[in-house]
Design a protein around this ligand. Structure first.
Ligand SMILES: [Zn+2]
Length: 101
């Protein structure tokens, strides 16, 4: 089995401006914790599909699509499948709909 890519590896390649096509389908460890899969995204070119759990520990969670931000790399901006912006996981934590105020 192939080892998951480390966040730095994904950042480096993103910064280099090279295509990420050869890594589609690979497991990627995200800076903010979860391991996901590099996929194509509807509104962004690439995203890491990952499951995040509610910060309050209630057991609810959501599948999010993490993409790289204004400057290449980082992969901390999370979107829904449809392309709705959900947050910056570098600064925020995920709270489920029930625990969001
Ligand atoms: Zn919750």
């Amino acid at each position: 089995m192939t080892k998951p890519l480390r966040p730095e590896e994904l950042d480096r390649r993103t910064d280099s401006g090279k295509s990420l096509d050869l890594w589609l389908g690979r497991k990627v460890i995200l800076h903010f914790g979860p391991t996901g899969t590099l996929v194509r995204h509807k509104t962004r070119k690439y995203a890491v599909r990952a499951r995040v759990g509610c910060h309050r520990g209630c057991g609810r969670g959501q599948t999010v699509y993490a993409v790289s931000g204004l400057h290449a790399g980082a992969w901390c901006y999370v979107y829904s499948r449809a392309g709705k912006y959900l947050g910056n996981m570098r600064d925020d934590v995920y709270n489920c709909g029930h625990h969001r105020s």
